[in-house]
Design a protein around this ligand. Structure first.
Ligand code: TXA
Ligand code: MG
Length: 321
C-alpha cells in the first residue's frame, strides 16, 4: 500500500527514479511522474488505465520555467499566467522538442500549469524536471480531492501519496488556449470565465457536447460514479423515486429534503456558496457512491461563476436518457 505522508525527500527520490507519486494541488490530487522521461509518462497512462490519445498536463514551479518547454508564449496567454499562476489555470502552448510526444499524445501543444499548493510547489522547485500529472483517479471515475480517495483506487499501484490535506478548489483547472487568435476555453474549471474575461476580455467557449479528441477529459461520460446518477428537479424526482420504491440517495445544492433520511442525502453548501459547493462536489459524489443505492439524484447549480463548471461535471457524471 502507498505511504501517505508529507515526506518531500522521499517524493523527490522516487520521482528521480522515474516512479510515480500522487501530489496535492489546489484543484484535485495528481498522479505525477517525470514529464521528460517517456518511461515515467508511460507508467502514468498504464496506472490510470488512461487511453494514450488523452494528453497530460505538465506542472512547473513558476512562470520562468515555461520557456524551455514551449516555442512561443503568446502575449494574452502570458498575461493570464502572470495574473493567475499559481492557480487553477492550464494553458495550451506550442510544445518544444523537450517534451516527449507521449505527454501530448502527438498534439503540437502542451498543457502547462503552476499549481497552487505549498507542498507541491516546494517539490517542483526541488526537481530539475516538470511533473506530468493527470488527476489521480482511474480513467473516467471521479477525481480525488483527499489522499484517501487516491489510496482507494491507486494505493496498491504507487509507493507514495503526498498528504496535502483536502483540495481547496475541488474542481480541475480551467484549460485555455488560442484558436484563430481568439482566447478559447477548452474545459471549464476552478478559475471562473468572468474572472478570466475581466483580464483579457471576451473569450470563446468550445462546445464539448460531443467527444472531443483535443481534450478527452471532456468526453461526455467522465467524472462518473459507479451508481447511476440522475440529474433533474429534486422536487419532482424525489417523490417519483419514493413512489416506485427504488433505493436512492440525494446530492442537493443547499437544501435539506425532509422526505429523505439524513444518511441518504448530502448538501453541497447549506449557505448556497458555489465555492464551498465546488470544494465538496467530488468527495460528496464518492460518499454517495459508497452507499450502494440504486440511483443518485442530483440537481444543477445556478448557472454562473463556478456553478458553470460544477454543472459541467454533473452533466458528465449523469446518465443520458
Ligand atoms: O486541475 C487539473 O488540471 C488537474 C491537476 C492534477 O493539475 N489535472 C487534470 O488532469 O485534471 P487530467 O489529465 O485529468 O485532465 C487534463 C485534461 C484532459 O482533458 C486532456 O485531454 C487535456 O487536459 N489536455 C492535456 N493536454 C492537452 C493538449 N495538448 N491539448 C488539448 N487538451 C489537452
Ligand atoms: Mg482527469
Amino acid at each position: 500500500m502507498a505511504e501517505i505522508s508529507k515526506d518531500l525527500r522521499l517524493a523527490k527520490r522516487l520521482l528521480e527514479e522515474a516512479k510515480l507519486v500522487a501530489i496535492p494541488t489546489e484543484t484535485v490530487y495528481g498522479l505525477a511522474g517525470n514529464a521528460l522521461n517517456p518511461l515515467a509518462v508511460a507508467s502514468i497512462f498504464e496506472t490510470k488505465k488512461r487511453p494514450s490519445f488523452d494528453p497530460l498536463i505538465i506542472h512547473v514551479s513558476d512562470l520562468s520555467k515555461v520557456e524551455t518547454y514551449v516555442t512561443d508564449f503568446p502575449a494574452p496567454l502570458r498575461k493570464l499566467a502572470e495574473v493567475f499562476w499559481p492557480g487553477p489555470l492550464t494553458l495550451l502552448l506550442p510544445k518544444s522538442s523537450q517534451i516527449p510526444d507521449l505527454v501530448t499524445s502527438g498534439l503540437d501543444r502542451v498543457a502547462i500549469r503552476v499549481p497552487n499548493h505549498p507542498l507541491t510547489l516546494e517539490l517542483l522547485t526541488s526537481l530539475d524536471f516538470p511533473l506530468a500529472a493527470p488527476s489521480a483517479n482511474p480513467f473516467g471515475y471521479i477525481s480525488p480531492t483527499l489522499p484517501v480517495h487516491v489510496a482507494a483506487h491507486l494505493g496498491d499501484k504507487i509507493p507514495l501519496i503526498l498528504d496535502g490535506g483536502p483540495c481547496e478548489v475541488g474542481l480541475e483547472s480551467t484549460i485555455v488556449g488560442l484558436e484563430d487568435d481568439k482566447i478559447t476555453v477548452y474545459r471549464l474549471g476552478g478559475l471562473e470565465i468572468d474572472v478570466i474575461e475581466a483580464v483579457v476580455g471576451k473569450v470563446s467557449i468550445k462546445d464539448h457536447s460531443s467527444s472531443n479528441p483535443q481534450a478527452p477529459g471532456l468526453l461526455e461520460s467522465h467524472y462518473a460514479p459507479s451508481t447511476p446518477f440522475v440529474l433533474g428537479n429534486l422536487e419532482e424526482l424525489i417523490p417519483q423515486y419514493i413512489q416506485i420504491g427504488v433505493p436512492f440517495a440525494v446530492l442537493s445544492f443547499c437544501k435539506n429534503w425532509e422526505s429523505v433520511s439524513n444518511s441518504k442525502q448530502l448538501i453541497l453548501s447549506e449557505k448556497g456558496d458555489l465555492k464551498e459547493a465546488a470544494a465538496n462536489l467530488f468527495s460528496h459524489m464518492r460518499k454517495l457512491d459508497e452507499l450502494k443505492v440504486e440511483v443518485i439524484l442530483a440537481e444543477l447549480m445556478p448557472d454562473f461563476g463556478l456553478g458553470k463548471a460544477i454543472n459541467d461535471r454533473l452533466n458528465r457524471a449523469s446518465v443520458k436518457s
